[in-house]
Design a protein around this ligand. Structure first.
Ligand code: BTN
Length: 302
């Protein structure tokens, strides 16, 4: 993933204005306020220039879904890759047709889109690569004890702080682009009632505010590094140990929600394909690929 950052695209803010705001903000000391976000593109450019950047960067105050917009931009723009970031989403998408709570001024909504040279069976592994990248960044930047709930939820103190949605797009029946979207709850101070028990933010868990721009830049960098290791091998064998060290389900009882029949076992870790190895009560090792695994004690719903 060695792509050069070329142009910076914003929704009308000139770079000059962005840097002026940055200077002012630095003079007044770093504070969590809406202005911080005006710096997003400027900061991202600074952090991502040289080495591991990701093609063109787009920043919007509001979009429907960053995944949808990134896919569009990749098709329109003459570039190998797109990083699209928004302050808020009006139609944030979650997995399994769910929606993603996306208010402005508090969280990271970002999508990376590119045309990968991958086999279809490798695509699901990319989500795990991103999960690892986010988990590492949050642990480093926030010194928070985050874990990964296989395959790709990031949890902190038993609640979800980040979700990842990978979408594969086809053109005339062949793979065209891949979009990986990340929703990370950063500075939010409250959630809608229906999410309160299962969702949390970095602020709620640590009592501190974080720069979304810094987190976004670090996630892109970590992802690029991990993705290079993944592409070199063609599977997750080089990332296995790291990923498994973050796995919240490891050595814990899990419930496998197989549409045919639910069953319980002990999660042992993932293999190089990203499948979860679960030891049944009868001692058999089963590879779980599709279907969701619920974990005892996580989210409080099992
Ligand atoms: C999940 O259900 O856990 C996945 C949630 C993914 C949400 C992110 S927010 C940025 C990107 N754009 C979207 O519409 N969804 C993803």
């Amino acid at each position: 993933m060695a792509m050069d950052l070329d142009t910076l695209h914003t929704d009308g803010k000139s770079e000059e204005k962005i840097y002026k705001e940055k200077e002012e903000l630095e003079k007044s000391g770093f504070k969590q306020d809406k202005k911080q976000e005006a710096l997003l593109t400027g900061l991202l450019t600074e952090r991502l220039t040289g080495g591991q950047s990701f093609g063109k960067i787009f920043y919007y105050e509001t979009v429907g879904s960053t995944n949808e917009e990134a896919k569009k931009k990749l098709a329109e723009a003459n570039t190998d890759g797109v990083l699209l970031v928004a302050d808020s989403q009006t139609n944030g998408r979650g997995r399994r047709g769910r929606s993603w709570n996306s208010p402005g001024g508090e969280s990271v909504y970002m999508s990376l889109a590119w045309r990968p040279s991958l086999m279809p069976e490798q695509v699901s592994m990319v989500t795990l690569v991103m999960a690892l990248a986010v988990a590492k960044v949050v642990r480093e930047q926030a010194s928070a004890e985050v874990f990964i709930k296989w395959p790709n939820d990031i949890v902190l103190n038993g609640k979800k702080i980040c979700g990842i949605l990978t979408e594969l797009n086809f053109k005339r029946e062949s793979m065209d682009s891949l979009v990986v979207g990340v929703g990370l709850n950063v500075n939010g101070q409250a959630f809608p009632k229906e999410l309160e028990k299962t969702a949390t933010s970095l602020f709620l868990e640590t009592g501190r505010f974080f720069s979304r721009a810094e987190l976004t830049a670090e996630i892109v960098k970590q992802f690029a590094t991990a993705y290079d290791r993944f592409s070199l091998k063609g599977d997750l064998s080089d990332l296995l140990e790291d990923y498994n060290s973050f796995l919240v389900n490891r050595e814990k009882q899990v419930k496998v929600l197989d549409p045919k029949q639910e069953w319980k076992g002990i999660a042992k870790g993932i293999n190089e394909k990203g499948e979860l190895l679960v030891e049944t009560e009868a001692g058999e090792m089963v590879k779980v690929y599709a279907g969701e695994v619920s974990v005892r004690g996580i989210y409080g719903y099992v």
